[in-house]
Design a protein around this ligand. Structure first.
Ligand code: FAD
Ligand code: DLZ
Ligand code: SF4
Length: 507
């Protein structure tokens, strides 16, 4: 007699995941399924599919080694119905378990499926909370409910107190909660960029790479440089390497960009973290230890921990607090289609060309590339939020809707009208010039006097402000930009607006 069937999803590859708690090794079955629907609900980057399928296969092997009964279905298996529901139906028919146990998923789409399973299978379904986060969705909602504005900084402070990370009793380490002001330096051309730890594909990964190259040839991205960790052991090595060689400089140059250097001092841990190979607490503790051992300065360690304990938790809480309505808002009424160069990199704008190339080569771009180049362009050009969101969800190895959507919809596009960000992250080419070396080899320049050479971000920026005057002019944080626009000589203002119009029509 089979006991419980315990489903593990592709982003739940953690031995301590709640659906495995109290497992009966003799009677229960663990169920893992590779399904077509999950590989194509957006056209995922090839590396993202390889990461997930290879990590799932390794994880299933580890569980088997440990003596658990594991049933896995492979993508190419005969009879694979292609969906979670279809595969569960087949497994339940075959094994006749007494109940189904799952951990809540990371996406609303899958949650809706789960909610239908009890009736669909006529079987008790237990949906357990995902305790791999610092805060539960209910805790976030309790924090958010009485507030008009949901600013990350205040939620982050609650998480510092709750976790005790970087706390000295009741006070923050160093007497300040946030050292962000120290973390906006440009990169010196002499800065030595550390070599990154990438992992050569083993036999399991190679087999999956062949499968993906054949079956998903029309999906974006290249497999040539695949080097993501696909096991917990490798992910722990990647963490160690980051703490030893990158964390000390992470803070200072966190916002910098450099052509041909996609990784700089960033952690590269989000693909492993988001599929469960690493846990947020162990990453934060490792960084905190580096600070206490004098290996990394406080601005770097606080800045890094804030990304995970603050931003990551905050966007997850926000997602579950406001879904499904959140995805439907379009506060700036942006309706332009996504330009083709987001897939091909075929544009004269050097910053975009580099960021798209990095993305397609590695299924990765760092935060400022995502926000201030790729996101900023979509914001200024008024690209329809759902098209931008589908792109971001498809091309990054760390992308799941719970984390992608608030970052794109709220942070990059201001499509939620300011629920997440107190003002749009709109910037002209001068910002990109200050924080990168992209402009030096671009056919445009933010400083050019001639209209045909002027960086397109500049007219797009002013046209964005003009277009959204009614919606944004009252925002006190945009007082200065609107004052600059209003004090601009009329012929120059008109020229910017006409140039932006012509540029947008040419897209
Ligand atoms: P580091 O820069 O070294 O940061 C350390 C860790 O902090 C990351 O691993 C990540 O877990 C966490 N983190 C940092 N910033 C954020 C954030 N804003 N939200 C949530 N976690 C954060 N992150 C994703 O994990 N998946 C996404 O799909 C995703 N889409 C994004 C889309 C846009 C438009 C923007 C602006 C940001 C997005 N981010 C996303 C956040 C951030 O860019 C990535 O987490 C980060 O680039 C991952 O690389 P890293 O591990 O080298 O991070
Ligand atoms: C992203 C992904 C892919 C490409 N393939 C699978 C899969 O075959 N099987 C699976 O269980 N999960 C996969 N995933 C991750 C899921 O899409 C993810 O678990 C859901 O979006 C819920 O967060
Ligand atoms: Fe990008 Fe403008 Fe700089 Fe060219 S000049 S790299 S388009 S910011």
């Amino acid at each position: 007699m089979v006991g419980a069937l315990r489903l593990i999803l592709g982003d739940q590859l953690t031995r301590g995941v709640s659906c495995l708690n109290d497992i009966n090794l003799k009677k229960d079955y663990v169920f893992m399924v590779e399904v077509h629907d999950e590989t194509v609900y957006v056209k995922h980057h090839k590396q993202k599919i390889v990461l997930l399928l290879s990590a799932m296969r390794h994880f299933a092997e580890d569980l088997k080694q440990e003596g658990l009964n594991v049933t896995s279905v492979r993508l190419e298996d005969k009879g694979n119905t292609g969906s979670f529901t279809g595969e569960l139906y087949r497994a339940i028919k075959k094994l006749k378990p007494s109940k189904l146990i799952v951990t809540e998923p990371g996406e609303y789409r899958v949650r809706k499926m789960m909610d239908s399973w009890q009736d669909e299978f006529n079987l008790p379904v237990e949906i357990r909370g995902d305790d791999r986060f610092f805060a539960t969705p209910a805790e976030f909602s309790e924090w958010a409910q009485p507030r008009k504005e949901l600013r990350m900084e205040f939620f982050y402070r609650e998480m510092r107190k709750k976790s005790g990370l970087l706390m000295k009793g009741k006070d923050p380490e160093g007497g300040q909660w946030n050292f962000d002001a120290e973390n906006r330096k440009a990169l010196s051309p002499k800065e030595k960029i550390p070599e990154r730890l990438r992992f050569a594909p083993d036999a399991i990964t190679k087999e999956v790479m062949d499968l993906v190259a054949r079956r998903f040839a029309d999906h974006p991205g290249s497999l040539a440089s695949f080097g993501w960790p696909v096991t917990r052991k490798a992910a722990l090595k990647a963490l160690d390497h980051f703490i030893s060689f990158c964390l000390p400089r992470f803070g200072d140059v966190q916002d910098a960009m450099k052509g041909g250097e996609p990784f700089l001092f960033h952690a590269l841990l989000s693909p492993a973290l988001n599929c469960g190979l690493l846990l947020p607490l162990e990453i934060c503790r490792a960084a905190e230890r580096a600070y206490h051992q004098g290996h990394a300065p406080l601005n770097a360690v606080e800045g890094f921990i804030r990304q995970i304990l603050g931003w990551r938790e905050y966007v997850r809480g926000l997602y579950w607090h406001v879904m499904p309505d959140y995805a439907r808002s379009n506060a700036l009424e942006a309706t332009r289609p996504l330009p083709e160069f987001y897939w091909t990199g075929d544009t004269d704008m050097n910053c975009l060309k580099h960021c798209v190339k990095d993305t397609m080569d590695n299924a990765y771009a760092h935060h400022i590339q995502r926000l201030m180049v790729l996101g900023n362009f979509a914001l200024l050009a008024g690209i329809r939020p759902s098209e931008v969101e589908d792109w971001f969800l498809a091309v990054y190895a760390d992308a799941y809707e719970w984390v992608e959507l608030p970052n794109v919809h709220g942070m990059a596009l201001y499509a939620d009208g300011g629920l997440l960000a107190s003002k749009p992250y709109a910037a002209s080419g001068a910002y990109i010039d200050r924080m990168s070396d992209y402009c030096a080899s671009c056919r445009f320049s933010p400083k050019a006097k001639e209209a045909e050479k002027l960086c397109p971000f500049t007219p797009l920026y002013w046209a964005f402000l003009e277009r959204n005057r009614k919606r944004l002019a009252k925002n006190s944080r945009l007082f200065m930009p609107y004052r600059s626009l209003d004090s601009m000589a009329e012929p120059i203002r008109k020229r910017h607006l006409a140039t932006a119009e012509a540029f947008l029509s040419s897209l």
